[in-house]
Design a protein around this ligand. Structure first.
Ligand code: DX5
Ligand code: ZN
Length: 226
């Protein structure tokens, strides 16, 4: 899947499947595909870099084929201590990109190269305690395809948005030319402000899946982010 297809217009809303109803995961993916969604966010936590073990390649394999068949991609956010260890299995399980955390490595160029060798696109993420300037430096070394600004401490869906993320997005926008993604507490109340600050990839978990009709919530966010 080519990278240009990720960004079809000025912005993308990416449902974070971590917040889905796993009893109905396939149906929820299909409903979002029918609503026009083509970029899905997939969160893996290892119980070490972040406290919880979340979802991994077994679940990824169960949905990737259907998403690819519809022309979509799966954008994998690896909240893990040793990202390179996981790349091969993610590539074989249908990942289109892997985003690793700058806090997990002092060799972003080497980590990115390991992902690219497997045909994966590369994102660089940073936590609320890391400066946008150091994240931008790491992203440059990695020649990142996206930079992910965490607007919560990673680990769990459903946490409140940290408003200081707006300034962090704006600062990052001065420093990088690749797309800026934001993840954590993204909702109808802040989507427009995030776009204005310079984010183009808005990840939303509970704002979509806590709605009785996730596809409707997705469409509302898309309208706000346009
Ligand atoms: C948590 C994950 C997020 C999470 C977002 O660390 O990285 O992608 O699912 O969920 P919300 O949108 O509910 O904050
Ligand atoms: Zn995430």
């Amino acid at each position: 899947m080519g990278w240009p297809q990720w960004i079809r217009g000025s912005a993308e809303v990416e449902p974070s499947l971590y917040a889905a109803d796993f009893r109905r995961l396939g149906a929820q993916v299909d409903e979002l595909l029918a609503a026009g969604c083509r970029v899905f966010h997939f969160d893996t936590g290892d119980g070490h870099f972040v406290p919880p073990v979340t979802i991994g390649p077994v679940v990824l394999r169960s949905i990737a084929e259907g998403i690819h068949a519809a022309g979509g991609v799966v954008d994998c956010h690896l909240m893990v201590t040793d990202p390179v260890h996981h790349f091969d299995e993610f590539a074989r399980s249908g990942a289109d990109s892997v985003t690793f955390h700058v806090e997990a490595t002092d060799d972003p160029a080497g980590v990115a190269a390991a992902a690219r060798e497997l045909g994966l696109r590369v994102g660089v993420s940073f936590n609320p305690g890391t400066s946008p300037d150091s994240a931008a430096a790491a992203a440059e070394r990695a020649a990142a395809d996206l930079v992910l600004v965490m607007s919560i401490w990673p680990g769990y869906s459903g946490q409140p948005f940290m408003p200081e993320a707006l300034d962090r997005v704006a600062r990052l926008a001065e420093l990088v030319s690749c797309p800026i993604q934001v993840d954590g507490g993204v909702a109808e109340e802040n989507a427009k402000a995030l776009r204005e600050a310079g984010a183009t990839l808005l990840v939303a978990g509970s704002a979509i899946f806590s709605d009785p009709e996730p596809a409707d919530a997705y469409r509302r966010l898309v309208a706000l982010a346009a």
